[in-house]
Design a binder for this molecule. Structure first.
Ligand code: GSH
Length: 202
């Protein structure tokens, strides 16, 4: 498998889960400004959607969308319990988190990365994002990870998106539990490997 990624982007969630699976893989960096891969290819020819993550499968074909890529990778190594078995209520809870993080957090951040977003829209986005982290904080008051006592794939996604709080210099003080969650996730050897290989850790 080959993961097309950009350092610190939402593809980091897929990179972390890949490392957690222990499956053999290669990585190819994409410059999101130029849509060129590190080998000089036009990324839009590889993924017409133009965005990362994109996972080139060993059997051929490309898989996209963070929530789906995380599930695919997790399902390759069920023993690691990165996602619960399909059909269980636990699985639907995890899918609920993936969908929540994707639509209610990840995509709410997107306007904050665009230089042409008007200040009042940024303000509105920050308010909405704050409400979402408040909700997540309530969950993390009950257990250390989103689904309970154990790390699962949605935790990798939350960790990745919460990383943008620091990058955008948003005050994280209102959400100490989410910061603690990020520290727990960051301490995992697989996460350290992914961060190092993306150049996000010295
Ligand atoms: N719906 C997609 C969104 C992916 C996405 O927003 N990727 C961003 C990085 S976090 C990106 O590559 N943006 C560059 C672009 O859209 O050209 C998913 O869930 O994977």
């Amino acid at each position: 498998m080959k993961l097309f990624f950009a350092p610190g982007a939402c593809s980091l969630a897929a990179h972390i889960v890949l490392e957690e699976t222990g499956l053999p893989h290669t990585l190819e960096r994409v410059d999101l400004a130029t849509h060129k891969t590190e080998h000089g290819e036009d990324f839009t020819k590889i993924n017409p959607k133009g965005y990362v993550p994109a996972l080139a499968l060993d059997r051929g074909g490309l898989l996209t969308e963070v929530g789906v890529v995380l599930q695919y990778l997790s399902d390759q190594v069920p023993d690691r319990r990165l996602m619960a078995p399909a059909g269980t209520l636990e699985r639907y809870r995890q899918m609920e988190w993936l969908s929540f993080i994707s639509t209610e957090l990840h995509k709410q951040f997107s306007p904050l990365f665009r230089p042409d977003t008007p200040a009042d829209i940024k303000e509105q986005q920050l308010k909405r994002i704050g409400q979402r982290f408040d909700f997540i904080s309530e969950t993390l008051a009950r257990h250390p990870y989103l689904g309970g006592a154990e790390f699962t794939a949605p935790d990798a996604y939350l960790f990745t998106v919460f990383g943008w709080v620091g990058y955008l210099k948003i005050d994280a003080k209102p959400w100490p539990r989410v910061s603690e969650h990020a520290e727990r996730v960051a301490a995992r050897p697989a996460v350290q490997r992914a961060l190092k290989s993306e150049g996000l850790l010295k």
